[in-house]
Design a protein around this ligand. Sequence first.
Ligand code: GLN
Length: 544
Amino acid sequence: MARFIFITGGVVSSLGKGLMAASLAALLQARGYRVRIRKFDPYLNVDPGTMSPYQHGEVYVTDDGAETDLDLGHYERFTGVPSRQSDNVTSGRIYQQIIARERKGDYLGATVQVIPHVTDAIKAFARTDTEDLDFVLCEIGGTVGDIESLPFIEAIRQLRNDLGRGQSCFVHVTLVPYIAAAGELKTKPTQHSVRDLTALGIQPDVLVCRCERELPQSERAKIALFCNVRPEAVIPALDARSIYGVPLQYHAEGLDEEVLLAFGIEPGAKPDLARWSRIIERLGNPEGDVTIGVVGKYVGLPDAYKSLHEALVHGGIANQVKVNIRWLDAELFEGSEGDVVSNLEPLHGILVPGGFGERGSEGKIASVKFARERGVPYFGICLGMQMACIEGARNTAGIAAASTTEFGPTDEPVVGLITEWMTAEGLQQREAGGDLGGTMRLGAYPATLAGNSRAASIYGATHIFERHRHRYEVNTHYRDALERGGLYFSGTSPDGTLPEIVERPDHPWFVGVQFHPELKSKPFDPHPLFASFIEAAVRQSRLV
Ligand code: GLN
């Protein structure tokens, strides 16, 4: 039976609980255990799919088509275990299920209540699909003390008993702030946070203390004493230079050993962390650097493009170069040609990422034109591929009015609403004006690549499987016109109806993809498209 590790957070949010969960899972995996990480989000949205990236950061999409919290991206990047629908749940989804059952009369006249109905649903969710695992790590979103997270805390309290002795462990992540005026690290917020948790019936086994400075032994002992844990189970967590250094750092502080001991497992041999040391070695010794411009809409919040950021770093690891990222607001390029040139000229590669809505689109199209005309490596992802097709239509195929129906009615819908497509479950159909939540073409779909294409040579394959999240697609009625303009359709859905990849054979590196390759890139297994794009940027950097 799988053992459960419950991870809560205290004092403040943004302590890096997700990274800590991912790192702990990676450490257990390096000891040979089979792991899976789950995230419980206390908000009432059914999933984060309809939330603005400014509210919640990137929406991470799984192979099986779930729109999930960005922490699932960390989990997958650190463990290589593909996340599933069953790895993320929100209060909204739990309540939606319960209310649907209540309306059907499934509760047979009972009063439906938070305890036991909501807590039972949470517990059932935590335990599904765990047969083949050694450890399930469950991260509870939010901060202990929040009203919203109470049912989740109550559910994990109950689970400790349900699972039986030695089958669960509680890890609580807190903050130990440094007060400059006093010149001291302060343990009181951690003490209070643990007190809140114990008042809810949970005694943490391990405390992970985020701190800006070394945590002296005396403070470690003090936290241990007041919070009722062993001093060795107070794990200091200082900021790391790279997130990929976090597993090594936590191991050095004894986190994985303490967690195993909490289960009564003797840690035994050291974990094999060679994979992580290699990544840190490559990141720490770059042989050059390249600068990539990401021309997007949500550039004010790095979390909005989390996986993209990481995939670019992975492309750098593959080529042993440092990747500098310039986040450029596409709207800036809508004023004058001069702004486009001055901002884009210093770059070694231009990337237009996924996005929604019209704002900034003319700036994105101007960036595509610049990259195409100047021979600068161009990578268009999802909306970035659609913009590349509109740019090609307007400027190389003579279709001046080319646009997408996403931005409103147009006479030249080079990009239009996908009205139907096939899935394993059968035909999916959509119409304009339908629900926004959960109705896009979501999840992994196969694509077939032309054998002679750049895409096929980059992948080293002609059949690929990539994750999607879009409502519009390039309109194949324009395929001939676009190909005459030099934009080659090198990848499509296996039935040939949905364009998946376009490229310009006469350009040093110009690729647009309808899917999100960044979601599958890993530090120890960089995505081939990102590795190839950064390689092209390295070549470009030698030219300018
Ligand atoms: N807005 C576009 C669509 O829905 C692109 C989506 C995306 O980039 N993820 O098709």
